[in-house]
Ligand binder design. Structure first.
Ligand code: DC
Length: 202
């Protein structure tokens, strides 16, 4: 039987951490849909045409490690405004969502466009400042030199582009539960999400 958990929210709000922990807890498959857009962005940085890259994408062939750079994130946010790019990625996401045994998808438009009938919809957010702080801490922990003010500018620019595009903008579905992680630990956010999912499955 299928059971779909849709998780949306802005960059660096903790969606990925929460989605992975939920999928491990319930034994569901996990899809980070941002990787699809990142792969298209990377293809464009390599000289490809966005729609052609999206149509030729083999989603089973994504290497998360090479797609985690700031330049690729920026390119992903730019290609994500193109309606034909989004259209090319819909079928894969919908069939993933319906797979037997349950699925967790995270992104920007999962609860609104990809899976409007998802069993559980969560909208995970946090202030731009705290998201920039977390990204900064993550980078410095890896030994990468980072500039907090530049990260905050980038977070705000990406929020602005993701929220204000015409096609499938980042917005909470009317029936989504809001989880604001600004003053929460990852464990607290997970506990809240598990309670919500468990109630829906009962
Ligand atoms: O979640 P992420 O940072 O990996 O996403 C990268 C970009 O991809 C994000 O800025 C907007 C776009 N994206 C999208 O438009 N829709 C999704 N479902 C997931 C990501």
């Amino acid at each position: 039987m299928s059971f779909t958990i849709a998780i949306d929210g802005p960059a660096a709000a903790g969606k990925g951490t929460l989605a992975q922990a939920l999928s491990a807890h319930f034994g569901f498959a996990y899809l980070d849909t941002g990787l699809l857009y990142r792969a298209v962005g990377a293809g464009v940085l390599a000289g490809g045409e966005p729609v052609a890259v999206a149509q030729a994408l083999d989603p089973s062939d994504l290497n998360a490690d090479t797609l985690r750079t700031q330049a690729v994130a920026e390119a992903a946010s730019r290609v994500a405004v193109i309606p034909d790019v989004r259209a090319a990625l819909i079928a894969f996401q919908r069939s993933f969502a319906r797979r037997d045994g349950g699925a967790v998808l995270d992104g920007r438009d999962i609860g609104t466009v990809i899976c409007p009938d998802a069993n559980v919809k969560l909208f995970v957010t946090a202030s731009a400042e705290i998201r920039a702080d977390r990204r900064f801490a993550e980078l410095t922990a890896k030994g990468v030199q980072a500039d907090l003010a530049a990260i905050l500018d980038e977070v705000r620019a990406r929020d602005d582009r993701d929220q204000n595009r015409a096609e499938a903008p980042l917005i909470a579905a009317a029936d989504a539960t809001l989880i604001d992680t600004t003053s929460m630990t990852a464990a607290e956010a997970l506990a809240q999400a598990i309670t919500i999912v468990t109630a829906k499955r009962a």
